[in-house]
Design a protein around this ligand. Sequence first.
Ligand code: ADP
Ligand code: MG
Length: 209
Amino acid sequence: MNGKTVMTCIDAAHASLKEHADEIASLDQAIGDGDHIINLLRGMGALAGMREQIEGESFAPALKLAATKVLSTVGGSSGPLFFSMLTGMAKTPTDDAGVAAVARAFAAGVDAVGQRGKTGIGSKTMMDVLIPVAERFTAMADALASKKEILEALPRIAEESMLATRDMLATKGRASFLGERSRGHVDPGARSSQLMIEAVCARLAQGDA
Ligand code: ADP
Ligand code: MG
């Protein structure tokens, strides 16, 4: 994992968000204020604009660079949360670059989001996707699963977890203002996180990243 891989992951996530922009906008219009996809695409565009810098760094510095840009461009609740994700990931040593190291980095990123947003599982947020994915990733890496097995399993758990937010009651963020009326809609942040995880796994499974 290096800056080039980080940029490859950003590009994959960006393409999928663009493709699903209308759907994410509708989800945030239903239970939020509708800006989630605009916030994310603004950040992704800014990251694409610093491609050479990100690609020129090793893993952790590339994530830190991206994090700073995300904080200054994304806004909303999700900007500081994704900043925490990226800086949390950057804190874990990944010098051995193995699957286990990446799993630890991802889990540290998710922990950092939890601390920043003061949220765990069950509040109908992006955490309802991030936590199960981080747990499965760590468990599979500990069990010495292959990269291929992991890249197939994580998108599945992300999708199941995203769909499960539909019937949850929102207790964090803007959607919580709706109370019971928040039920019946997938959380926009859960959907965007799931789409990014799916796109990154699919891209990494191609093997040359
Ligand atoms: P805002 O709600 O401020 O308009 P965004 O639209 O960018 O921000 O992001 C909304 C998403 O952020 C929600 O769908 C939810 O997944 C996520 N979110 C909101 N609050 C929290 C929190 N405290 N912890 C984790 N995720 C959160
Ligand atoms: Mg919003």
